[in-house]
Design a protein. Structure first.
Length: 213
């Protein structure tokens, strides 16, 4: 398939057998990655400070409304997680090509557990440090509050149908995902059931929206 040369069987990567000691391009890439790592660490430290400052903070009604308006504007003008000018929805041909490219591809952690893989063990430890009261988005346990009766299957299905059964962040469609899209409250107020405050998201985008994963 055009554009997927690197995944073809028998294809040899240009940098195979090369090291930063024998090739100037690899050496340059290595130096750039070191600089990016330092920059990322500083950014992470800054985010931790911001999260600590916001932990347990209760937003006013006006603040929630601004968040709702801003988030809705973002989703409408930055489709599929891509920034810049507004993109049109993915075409059926584009979706078919993406589906074919991913068909049969297994996740790297298939069959592995934290007991027999060091990477999963480290990820498990990191996640345990970010759960409950230690979570950066902890707001006093609001997620455990019950949803109103009106937030039922019929309302959720109405929102999914309105959004064309497509994740409004990354553009994945429900049929390819194999599960029903989540319905997310943009302002994170469970009692705000206005259609303008509800949006369809896939599981990954929904978790990222809540700071999970």
């Amino acid at each position: 398939m055009k554009g997927l040369k690197g995944f073809q069987k028998g294809y040899t990567p240009w940098n195979k057998g090369l090291t930063k000691d024998t090739d100037s391009r690899i050496r340059k890439l290595s130096l750039n990655l070191v600089g990016m790592k330092k920059s990322t660490e500083k950014h992470r430290e800054a985010l931790v400070k911001v999260h600590e400052g916001n932990r347990g903070r209760k937003r006013t009604i006006e603040s929630r409304q601004r968040i709702s308006t801003g988030a809705l504007s973002y989703y409408q003008n930055h489709q599929h997680g891509r920034t810049g000018k507004k993109f049109s929805p993915l075409t059926e041909e584009h979706r078919r090509r993406i589906s074919e490219a991913n068909r049969g591809r297994l996740p790297w952690n298939t069959g592995l557990t934290k007991n027999d893989d060091e990477r999963l063990s480290r990820l498990s430890e990191i996640m345990m440090q970010r759960t409950g009261i230690n979570a950066p988005h902890w707001r006093g346990g609001l997620s455990f509050e019950p949803y109103p009766y009106e937030f039922n299957g019929m309302l959720k299905e109405t929102i999914r149908r309105r959004d064309g059964y497509t994740c409004q962040h990354c553009g994945k469609i429900q049929e390819e995902l194999g599960y029903r899209l989540h319905v997310h409250h943009i302002d994170e107020n469970k009692n705000n059931l206005a259609f303008s405050n509800l949006i369809s998201l896939c599981r990954s985008c929904h978790h990222r929206r809540h700071g999970v994963g």
